[in-house]
Design a protein around this ligand. Structure first.
Ligand code: UDP
Ligand code: MN
Length: 242
């Protein structure tokens, strides 16, 4: 694997800057995480070579939820974005499920002009976009856009809905979803068991608009239990319990 050689150039915490140029894009890859060790290993070995070939100034932040409450992907992404900015002046965030492996180098992890949904064609979905509003899986937003929409809602515990809520936030603020063509924006999803769905997700979504300004970055509460600079990533351990 030629890929592994470049791991030598990684800075602690899975940070990288190209050797011979100043990167145009400073990108924080934010990975929501709990108890998927095997996926994480595959993800890290897969992504670093890709991101380095793309000559990005980047860091990979694995945001782990402590405890055994229902998983809150959206709040982890909010917290991860905020924590990444304490480390570096990132211009944008790529929110990235740990189990998605990109297939084509033309799928650029650069900072987007409009929010970019990146996991357009996933093998487990027969390489077809499930519905046009989809913003889950892998998506990129720049810092200004993320702040404008008040980040993700913090109310989605368990599987589903948080990405659609973000879609609603973006369109409410007249932001449009951009996508690369489906022959480029291709991913494999590592097989896994399906999590328990959140039965409240439809209700939350329907009433989401009322909470756009009060629920999100503006109401985010968490404790950082640990930040550690691993070789291939920065681990941020987050506790939401109060
Ligand atoms: N996730 C995790 N541990 C969990 C549940 C979710 O790490 O127990 C993270 C992981 O990054 C995963 C993402 O949240 O890829 C989305 O969850 P999942 O893959 O279960 O959703 P699906 O692929 O079924 O939509
Ligand atoms: Mn998955």
């Amino acid at each position: 694997m030629e890929a592994i050689a470049d791991f030598k150039r990684l800075q602690p915490g899975g940070r990288y800057q190209p050797a011979n140029c100043v990167a145009r894009h400073r990108v924080a890859i934010i990975v929501p995480y709990r108890d998927r060790e095997e996926h994480l290993r595959m993800f890290l070995y897969h992504m670093h070579p890709v991101l380095q070939r793309q000559q990005l100034d980047y860091g990979i932040f694995v945001v782990e939820q402590a405890g055994s409450d229902a998983f809150n992907r959206a709040s982890l992404l909010n917290a991860g974005a905020m924590e990444s900015l304490k480390q570096h002046d990132f211009q944008c965030f790529v929110f990235h499920d740990v189990d998605l492996l990109m297939e084509d180098d033309r799928n650029l992890y650069t900072c987007p002009q409009q929010p970019r949904h990146m996991s357009v064609a996933v093998d487990s979905m027969h390489y077809k976009l499930a519905y046009p509003q989809l913003f889950g899986g892998v998506s990129a937003v720049n810092r200004e856009q993320f702040e404008l929409v008040n980040g993700f809602s913090n109310q989605y515990w368990g599987w589903g809905g948080e990405d659609d809520d973000m879609y609603n936030r973006l369109t409410f603020h007249h932001l449009y979803i951009a996508r690369y063509p489906a022959n480029i924006a291709r991913y494999k999803m590592v097989k896994h068991k399906h999590a328990k769905v959140n039965p409240k997700r439809f209700d939350l979504l329907r009433k989401g608009k009322k909470r756009f300004t009060t629920d999100g970055l503006s109401s985010l509460e968490y404790q950082v239990k640990d930040v550690s600079l691993e070789k291939l990533y920065t681990r941020v351990l987050i506790d939401f319990s109060r």
